[in-house]
Design a protein around this ligand. Sequence first.
Ligand SMILES: *Cc1c(COP(=O)(O)O)cnc(C)c1O
Length: 222
Amino acid sequence: MSTEKSISENVRAVLSELPHGVELVAAAKTRTAEEISQAINAGINIIGENYIQEADAARNSVKYAARWHFIGSLQKNKVRKAVRLFDMIETVDSVALAQEIDKESAAIAKIMQVLIEINSGREMQKGGVLPEDAAKLIRDISTLRHIRVDGLMTMGPQNCIGDALRPYFATTRNLFNEIKQQSIAGVEMRHLSMGMSDSYKIAIEEGANIVRLGSRLFGPRL
Ligand SMILES: *Cc1c(COP(=O)(O)O)cnc(C)c1O
């Protein structure tokens, strides 16, 4: 049960312990507009959504200002909606997807901020680009005018929890630093999004400056 009191208590508790410079995304899949509104009122500035339809509904009913990040797997036929709904897309992993985002963003005169999702666990079915292919992907995307790469995002392997995720976070941080040092024109490399409810403290130790929390803020998903 997530009462209003406990959502705001959870949000305040997490915000109070986050180091300066680390941003908190409230991962809102399955949560109601009411719950999202409570989180924003307690100090959340960024809402993360996995599904376009859910995000569309939430954006229509949540009356408080926030930035919205897409953190799910994005299909090409949903890009048109996504560029209208979101301030950042955290899960870009191919040139084809980036080109579609560029085209749809150009149509509404927007420069879409994106993160590149890294498949740090090298899982077959998983979204994300393999670490060794990331620099080339970012160079290719950097030539598109209506999309701007702002950093990296990773999940880590599905079956890993807690401390077992540390090496995957470290791999992604090292990659982040390498790409930053390459100073690719038009690429900012400011954001490193890693860590969820059971791993965000470890992710921060490994260099994350965006963490994405769902159950720690809203309670368990039913
Ligand atoms: C659901 C989700 C989260 C948050 O997961 P919790 O374990 O509930 O904190 C973070 N990132 C992504 C991409 C998610 O889908």
